[in-house]
Design a binder for this molecule. Structure first.
Ligand SMILES: Nc1ncnc2c1ncn2[C@@H]1O[C@H](COP(=O)(O)OP(=O)(O)OP(=O)(O)O)[C@@H](O)[C@H]1O
Ligand SMILES: [Mg+2]
Length: 341
């Protein structure tokens, strides 16, 4: 494929799944990583448009490889490997090396990976959030169990892609709360977020662009075919991996104009207040009164061509897979070039 001299030499930076999908624990620990097919699909789109693109693994040799390959721009997909700040590692390194890149900066990555912190920020913007508490392994679990109204969903406070949300993530009473959390803390030493379970419909809203150019997609509904856990509906890693069996998607979602406006306004506000860039996806779920509540903001939404939510939502906005990946790239390039000008 011919490269177009207008485009800088670009690295697609990723954490590649090892492919050990049969081992349940390996699959879960790599839940956030991208498959080789997704990485190839994104790189192919860039190359088809004439971008000189190479793939680089986000490992300890990244800084050296970026210099050696004379990279001038990066398309960051890396979710990072270690610690609560892992999604901030690659943006931080690119900042240090002064290489412009697609996607949000380290500050956004740090805040959004901490669900509770991000919810506090959303709450301070007047966005409705579910009531929840953060629980540490050292807490007195039976005392903490009294703080919420049941049922309660338990999820790691700093994970994504449904990672750590297992089949049994709902506690129906205080006894189950202590039982499930004790089991969780055996696996995850990090803090857990316990939230009152929102029984309503579930949506996700995609965003594209920057400043006056931000485009907020219409909400996409995740429609469950049957309960995923007793009488409950949870979009867990197991469901996401086998989504055709459990869910289908309605885009645009069939909801009132008011609910749609509430979600798209909340998405735009949070994206702007946090200083997100180029691309993001925000998840919502309705409470018992049918009011949308914010769940989380994903500044690195999955871009798998055949199953990720973001490209699906983009499709109903008129973007093919090729269009949306390249649009994200062009928005990022425009933003960084304007900054340099
Ligand atoms: N308070 C809640 N009430 C009801 N269901 C919830 C609640 N919080 C989370 N869930 C369910 O669990 C799923 C995963 O939660 P969340 O989006 O917070 O985690 P995630 O693993 O980071 O997801 P992602 O794959 O989008 O990164 C949600 O899509 C939803 O189905
Ligand atoms: Mg989510």
């Amino acid at each position: 494929m011919e490269t177009d001299r207008r485009y800088p030499k670009t690295a697609v930076i990723c954490n590649r799944k090892s492919g050990l999908e049969d081992a349940e624990s390996a699959a879960d620990s790599e839940a956030e990583f991208d498959s080789p097919e997704t990485i190839e699909a994104i790189t192919d789109v860039l190359r088809r448009h004439g971008v000189p693109a190479v793939i680089l693994e986000a490992d300890e040799n990244l800084a050296e490889n970026l210099k050696e390959k004379e990279i001038r721009f990066a398309f960051n997909l890396a979710e990072g490997k270690h610690g609560r700040d892992r999604e901030a590692h690659v943006p931080g390194l690119l900042g240090l090396l002064n290489i412009p890149y697609m996607g949000s900066d380290a500050a956004v990555m740090g805040v959004t990976l901490d669900k509770e912190l991000c919810k506090r920020l959303a709450g301070s913007c007047g966005i409705r959030v579910p009531k929840g508490i953060v629980v540490s392994p050292d807490d007195d679990l039976s005392a903490r169990a009294e703080e919420l109204t049941y049922p309660v969903i338990l999820k790691p406070n700093a994970e994504g892609s449904g990672r750590g949300i297992f089949d049994r993530s709902i506690a129906k009473d205080a006894h189950e709360f202590t039982e499930l959390l004790t089991a969780c803390f055996r696996e995850y030493r990090g803090k857990m977020l316990a939230e009152e379970y929102l029984p309503g419909r579930e949506f996700t809203v995609g965003l594209l662009g920057n400043g006056p150019d931000i485009r907020v997609f219409r909400p996409m509904e995740i429609c469950y075919h049957e309960p995923t856990e007793e009488d409950f509906y949870v979009y867990s890693y197991r469901i996401k991996k086998d989504f055709r069996k459990y869910v289908h998607y309605e885009c645009p979602a069939r909801i009132s104009a008011e609910a749609e406006r509430e979600m798209t306004d909340a998405a735009r506000t949070l994206f702007t207040v946090l200083g997100c860039r180029d691309v993001s996806r925000i998840d919502f779920r309705m409470n018992g009164a049918g009011e949308p509540c914010f769940l989380e903001l994903n500044p690195l939404p999955g871009l798998a061509p055949d199953y990720s939510d973001y490209p699906m939502a983009a499709e109903s906005e008129g973007y093919s897979y090729d269009d949306i990946v390249f649009a994200v790239y062009l928005h990022a390039l425009k933003r960084t070039e304007e900054k340099e000008a």
